[in-house]
Design a protein around this ligand. Structure first.
Ligand SMILES: [Cu+2]
Length: 201
């Protein structure tokens, strides 16, 4: 009987102690300390999310190319695996493809609107697009050659610099089509914003 009472008291007292300890913990933490703990938690979460994320890219035509496609990117640490399928490309020709973006200040790269055509020739050249999509961050090489039907089915892995890891700030651009009977390997023919599909774990 004595044993039973002790156990019962122990059971009742323990949660009360826990409560008072946790109340004490809260009041002991200064607002500043609380804030920095939250920041550290947030930073940690961001880092771990960046370890394994997946992204999707819907490639849409530029310059009336008729090119469209989809790409998937998996980010694992500083490695990315890129798979890309596109159609409507100039058959039997090589098509440069890059991740374009800005490395400074998390500036967001976008696909160029028609107003990017500053010389008014009706086409957005590689250079005219740069103010919108930025320089090449990752060359998705070896550049594929479209098959006889104008399709590309591509996959490769790359090690990327830390600055390129905010992939959702970047775009994928594909290049190359005939302009006035001459193949221009640089002219942008498709572009798509890289979007987060999976926050990772
Ligand atoms: Cu490019």
């Amino acid at each position: 009987m004595k044993n039973f009472i002790q156990k019962t008291i122990g059971f009742v007292v323990a949660p009360a102690l826990l409560l008072s300890f946790s109340a004490c913990d809260q009041s002991d933490v200064s607002p500043e300390a609380n804030l920095s703990t939250q920041n550290a938690d947030a930073a940690h979460q961001t880092n771990s999310m960046n370890l394994n994320k997946t992204y999707t890219v819907e490639l849409m035509e530029l310059n009336g190319s008729g090119v469209h496609g989809m790409a998937h990117i998996e980010l694992m640490g500083n490695e990315i695996e890129v798979s890309l399928e596109a159609a409507g490309l100039t058959p039997e020709m090589e098509h440069m493809q890059h991740i374009h973006g800005f490395i400074e200040n998390n500036r967001n790269a976008v696909c160029p609107p028609m107003s990017a055509d500053t010389n008014g020739d009706g086409l957005i050249s590689l250079a005219e697009g740069v103010p919108f999509y930025g320089p090449v961050l990752v060359a998705l090489d070896p550049y594929p050659t479209a098959d006889a039907t104008g399709m590309v089915d591509f996959m490769n892995q790359y090690t990327i610099a830390r600055a390129a890891r905010s992939l959702q700030n970047n775009v994928i651009v594909m290049h190359g089509m005939y302009v006035d009977g001459v193949y221009d390997p640089t002219i942008p023919v498709a572009c798509g914003q890289i979007k987060v599909a999976n926050q990772g774990k």
